[in-house]
Design a protein around this ligand. Structure first.
Ligand code: ADP
Length: 259
């Protein structure tokens, strides 16, 4: 397989000819495929034992609470939190392999948008004591799309807002409707992102490097997966940010689904 690069040779605004080179990308594609296959197999193999460990910890936690051993039960709760992190990393890796092989499944149907967002926020509020998740909703009504996948994007944006604003005490989530598009924005008051890095954050495995960022865990996949989901739903995702002041991540999707 050949990837062509051609450049025109011009003299006094006239094209005299073209010069080209041919780069064989068969090998590159093969290596990329092997990399994707490895990530897919490894994450699939990790998923089963982690699911089973999670089930055992939940049983153990209940047993300890029943016996009144609250200190030990609290340790298991923390263990469960770490297992959830592991599960979410594995599921991000699986999603990336599915995206790269064109196999990410979508199940579009009608759902009530704002109650879905409110449920997610209620769950996510339990994961942070420091931040108050402030909601600012417009009555949007019924939306056509994949509820779980859109929920995954919202969870990712709010989880990032919590993670990248360790000193802040609030996060504002706004929903609105404009020209047949549903818009959701998540505003945080955290570390922010430099202007030249703003477009890159949606790339696969990209993580902003800097003095602050190395202290935050992650694989650099959440925003890539989110942008692919929003693209597939016929929408757009974007970010505005000021270093040291905070970031606002927004997405828009068509109210009546992709046309
Ligand atoms: P991860 O958080 O796992 O690294 P993401 O794909 O979600 O991966 O984000 C990519 C990068 O974008 C992050 O590593 C971080 O540098 C930056 N980023 C994402 N969200 C925010 C935010 N709310 N504030 C500041 N930086 C962010």
């Amino acid at each position: 397989m050949c990837f062509n690069r051609a450049a025109a040779i011009r003299w006094q605004r006239q094209i005299l000819g073209y010069i080209g080179s041919c780069v064989d990308i068969t090998e590159q594609k093969h290596i990329q495929q092997q990399k994707d296959d490895f990530i897919g197999i490894a994450s699939h193999e990790l998923k089963t034992p982690v699911t089973s460990i999670k089930a055992y910890t939940q049983v153990l936690e209940k047993m300890l609470l029943k016996k009144g051993e609250t200190k030990e039960a609290a340790m298991i709760t923390r263990m469960d939190g770490q297992i959830n992190r592991l599960t979410s990393l594995i599921s991000d890796l699986l999603d990336v392999t599915k995206i790269n092989s064109g196999k990410l499944q979508f199940n579009d149907r009608e759902f009530d948008f704002v109650p879905m967002v409110q449920d997610l926020i209620e769950d996510l509020q339990r994961t942070t004591e420091k931040h108050t998740l402030i909601e600012n909703h417009t009555d949007i009504g019924i939306v056509f799309g994949d509820k779980e996948r859109i929920g995954q994007v919202i969870t990712n944006l709010i989880t990032n807002a919590i993670k990248y604003s360790p000193q802040a005490d609030k996060i504002v989530i706004t929903t609105s409707l404009k020209d047949g598009e549903v818009i959701l924005c998540v505003e945080d008051f955290g570390i922010g992102i430099a202007e030249d890095k703003l477009n890159k954050v949606f790339e696969q495995f990209y993580r902003v490097s800097g003095d602050m960022q190395h202290t935050f865990p992650g694989l650099g996949l959440g925003l890539y997966i989110s942008s692919e989901i929003i693209k597939r739903e016929g929408g757009k995702i974007w970010v505005n940010s000021i270093v040291g002041k905070g970031s606002t991540f927004c997405f828009s999707i068509p109210l009546h689904g992709k046309t």
